[in-house]
Design a protein around this ligand. Structure first.
Ligand code: OGA
Ligand code: MN
Length: 235
């Protein structure tokens, strides 16, 4: 599985572009309280180079705030922290897609966490869609970040769904063959994001480092962040 994690990512050179003003996808309602104190409505969590692009990728890019409760986040941490603490953060692999991280997988969960995973699978994947066995857990140090990459099409299917624990963050999507097309996703602590289809295959995704972590012109401080990621298998 270690091998799978390693080959799951194809690295892309960072594209340079000037962020323009963010546009909201006219999605849904309610507000998001976050650990950086930032407040965005649910329909303001995805913004991009043009409103047309945001609209075009609606349905392929989703952020659900407060997907898990504080208690569920605590239960996940309690299960994950002992194993993660035995590992060291890896910083120096210059060719790695990820900088400042440690990672693990998990196939079995206690009752509370299994409930969370069931809910995640129900909203992110269609029934019967075969999933990649164990769930992937990625622990990013405060100084860690994920460079632009596309998950391996050989090992991962059309859908990637991730929970964010401990910290808010910004995920950026850039179209591989047209870097002027980009989206930024605000990922509040305890939210779920889902990338599907074109958003998953045609766009690189990355998690911004602390000193570049801006969303809609507002700073989103990046602390240690743990993601719990489910993927399906290629058909
Ligand atoms: C990955 C990845 C995103 C995240 O591990 O391939 O893109 O939310 N992770 O941690
Ligand atoms: Mn990825």
């Amino acid at each position: 599985m270690r091998l799978l994690i390693t080959v799951a990512r194809r690295i892309h050179k960072r594209h340079l572009y000037t962020p323009t003003s963010c546009l909201s996808s006219a999605a849904s309602c309610s507000g998001a309280a976050t650990n950086s104190g930032l407040q965005f409505r649910d329909d303001q969590l995805v913004c991009g180079s043009t409103g047309e692009l945001v609209q075009r990728l609606r349905g392929q890019v989703e952020v659900r705030t407060e997907f898990i409760s504080q208690e569920e986040e605590g239960a996940l941490m309690k299960e994950l922290e002992p194993g993660l603490r035995k590992k060291r953060y890896e910083f120096d692999h210059w060719d790695d897609a990820i900088h400042g991280y440690r990672e693990t997988e998990r196939a079995q969960w206690g009752a509370v966490c299994e409930g969370v995973m069931d809910r995640l699978r129900a909203v992110a994947f269609s029934e019967g869609s075969p999933l990649l066995g164990p769930v992937h857990v990625l622990d990013l140090d405060k100084a860690g970040y994920i460079k632009p990459h596309i998950d391996s099409v050989k090992f991962c299917g059309s859908t990637i769904a991730g929970l964010s624990l401990l910290s808010d963050s910004v995920m950026r999507l850039v179209r591989e063959d047209e870097p002027a097309e980009w989206l930024n996703l605000f990922l509040p602590r305890r939210s779920l994001y889902i990338l599907r289809d074109q958003a998953r295959y045609k766009f690189t995704h990355e998690i911004l480092k602390d000193d570049e972590s801006l969303f809609s012109g507002q700073r989103v401080p990046r602390h240690r962040r743990i993601s719990v990621i489910c993927r399906n298998l290629p058909v």
